[in-house]
Design a protein around this ligand. Structure first.
Ligand code: SF4
Length: 243
């Protein structure tokens, strides 16, 4: 189900700062400790009235009129249409249909996913796959974590082989193990030319971001595998108080 459609800048990842129209879907099977999507999931379906205004109107039939809504939110600087969530691939059949329609109309598509559904993937122009860390969850044993991690790598590999511009994003916290991030960088370099976006966690519920020293140490170490294919991308939309 679509919760909201609006125009803003991409606040994180490789295409940070670009203008997007976001289609946000409800629902995600994971439960990350820093997740703030529950706030958005509690709202009634809504559509931004004027691109970038942050003023919404409630909308009961977004899915029936999605292309018209997107056309009305389109601005000349539009980079792509983002399917975001929650976890958009929860609704993969609908997204595939929307994506095909959008491509026919000349739009670029972008998937923002946690990567746990590689079997549901198809081609997107751009794709961001989150790599989760054990400390992102309240209670997850090693076996469950490894399963999630391998699915994420499979998703990146699949998108890369389909020719999507895919990159990985990992949220770093104060207690993140530098070794874990180094292993991720190594695994990504084995797949191919994949950019890793290092995202210091946005302080929330007493979760602390890493120190500047730790952040730079992580980037330096990852550079041994990825060269300069690394970006530190704090969530700029939150600093700018944008959607
Ligand atoms: S994967 Fe994303 S939407 Fe799902 S719980 Fe984690 S942060 Fe929230």
């Amino acid at each position: 189900m679509i919760v909201e459609v609006f125009s803003s800048i991409m606040g994180e990842g490789k295409y940070i700062g670009r203008r997007y129209i976001f289609i946000r879907f409800k629902g995600c099977p994971l439960n990350c400790i820093y997740c703030d999507e529950y706030v958005k999931e509690s709202i009634s379906p809504r559509v931004e009235k004027i691109p970038g205004s942050g003023i919404f109107q409630e909308y009961q039939n977004i899915e029936d009129r999605l292309m018209e809504i997107i056309y009305n939110l389109k601005t000349p600087d539009l980079f792509a249409i983002s399917f975001t969530g929650g976890e958009p691939l929860f609704h993969h059949k609908k997204i595939k249909a929307y994506s095909m329609e959008l491509k026919e109309l000349g739009y670029k598509t972008h998937l923002e996913s946690n990567g746990i559904y590689p079997e549901r993937l198809f081609y997107f122009d751009y794709a961001s796959i989150d790599i989760k860390l054990p400390e992102h969850f309240f209670n997850l044993d090693n076996e469950e974590y490894e399963k999630i991690y391998n699915l994420e790598l499979n998703s990146i590999e699949k998108l890369y082989s389909m020719g999507s511009q895919v990159y990985a994003k990992v949220v770093i916290m104060e207690n993140t193990s530098i070794k874990d991030i180094e292993n991720i960088a190594r695994d990504l370099s084995d797949i191919g030319d994949i950019t890793l976006c290092i995202q210091p966690v946005t302080s929330l519920f007493n979760i602390k971001p890493p120190s500047q020293r730790k952040l730079l140490d992580i980037m330096k170490l990852c550079g041994s595998y990825l060269g300069n294919n690394l970006i530190c991308t704090p969530q700029i939309h939150k600093y700018l108080k944008m959607l």
